[in-house]
Design a protein around this ligand. Sequence first.
Ligand code: FES
Length: 167
Amino acid sequence: MNDHPEKEAGAGEDEEHFLSRREFFIKLGTGSLAVAGAGAAVFAVEYLSPNVLYEPSPIVSAGRPDHFPLHSVTLDPRFGVYVVHSAKGFYAMSAICTHLGCMTVWKQDAGVIACPCHGSTFQRNGMVRGGPAPRPLPWLKTWVASDGEIMVDRSTIIPEESEYIQA
Ligand code: FES
């Protein structure tokens, strides 16, 4: 026979309270491990994935040949290139000044390519005409694609006056 039934009931409550506290700490520990594991997984994925810069392709489509009248010099400011239609054919040049890298512009009235930054000027074939630019505007590899578009590879410099494309 129990002499202290209220004491026994109290012990049962303590045990129940103890078990729930244990469960709480188990859940807390499990949750902490899950968070730590997820964080480690994120860092592992970032560490293992290649650190790549996605840059636009250097190969661009300048347009159809009939967009460039004979004897025209056309700046495409999107790509920083000139497409020139000369009597010998088409060619493309970089529009980036060889002095300090400003974008040049074609001056139809004067018949020169001019740099607005420090006043360098270039002939329509890219040769330096005046100013501090140390080198001509580089000629770029150019070809006509199967769909008839003039393609320019901005990463491939070719010797000046070495290639004219017919289209
Ligand atoms: Fe063109 Fe200086 S950047 S002249």
